[in-house]
Design a protein around this ligand. Sequence first.
Ligand code: AMP
Length: 402
Amino acid sequence: MKVLVINCGSSSLKYQLLDMTYKSVLAQGLVERIGMSGSQLTHKRGELKKVILQKLSNHAEAISLVLESLTNPKYGVVGNLQEIKAVGHRVVHGGDKYASSVLIDDIVMQEIKKYGELAPLHTPKTITGIETCKKLMPGVPHVAVFDTAFHQTLPPKAFLYGLPYELYEKYKIRKYGFHGTSHKYVSMKAIEMLGKPLSESKIITCHLGNGSSITAVKGGKSVETSMGFTPLEGLLMGTRSGHLDPAVVTYIMDKEKLSASQVNDYLNKKSGALGISGVSSDFRDIEAAASQGNYRAQLALDMFAYVVKHYIGAYANVMNGVDAIVFTAGLGENSITMREAIIRDLDYLGAEIDPVRNNVRGKQVDVSKDGSACHVLVIPTNEELMIAQETVEIVSCCFKAS
Ligand code: AMP
């Protein structure tokens, strides 16, 4: 069964066409700078790479170009679009309505639009993506896979903020959590690697990339996570501040004469590792600058490792122990020194890194010392495969039921 996975970002679109019989990737690509000058699509089929420079005013035009590329006689992978049996769409926000993936019908579309208010950068683009795919691929089932769904198992004591309860009732202000597809995928892989019964497992998953979050997964369920009402809460990230005293927000607004949307921009795009280091939001650049003796770059790295450590401690407490700490995403999978800095002095938890095993990038490896009570695992995330798997499950289940 061939499944197309679409992930619409605010000005980008990632796609993968997978053959789910073999769980293999037939083609994948990235459309960048949608709605800006210099938009382009990079399409890959195995070793073959095709770059198409074309003006793309919106995500509808981007989807059309993706589908044309997949069916192109020279670099495409299917003869026609009927060969694609289902489409899985990454949807950032499913509010408190969706605890799992769902077949998209008119009612689901309305709900996605409703929760779009909570993810205004992404959801309108996702909606355009779904509508365009539906138009160009009539009769093909479309499935929504929500970033928030995995965290719907958080108990109220974990997801509520200490605000008047009416605000939760009126506006659904609560912690939702994000990166759910990634946390679910790597926690399942970790449980497989540990060979422990699912019901007894206690895993902390650290998704450390440009956006970063940590989740406590107990018995296969998310019980606590670091991102909140929006992805701004939690860890210091590439450009996001992460947690801070809320009074700082009104203070900055007052002092810098910023509007609500300007301060939101400040905290989401100008803060975090970029704001502290003054060098870059990319940890590779920051690590390079720190190794040249740049004080603020080193400070950003130290702050990042410290806050991750802080959450690991809290989440081990929440679960009354931890069997494995998992590192995933760009930084988690690739930064040997960052993993080392985070795990340093966590021997009280039974977590110790073996420096030889830790000398690895982007591979699934247990990097802990022999006999460690708490394993340290590097597990490359694969959100596209997870979305495709969920799409197959939902489609098979719906067809069986009808
Ligand atoms: P992601 O959001 O998962 O794509 O991760 C992107 C981030 O991972 C980049 O901004 C870098 O900060 C980080 N990253 C990727 N490769 C490396 C590496 N080899 N060393 C350190 N950081 C890396």
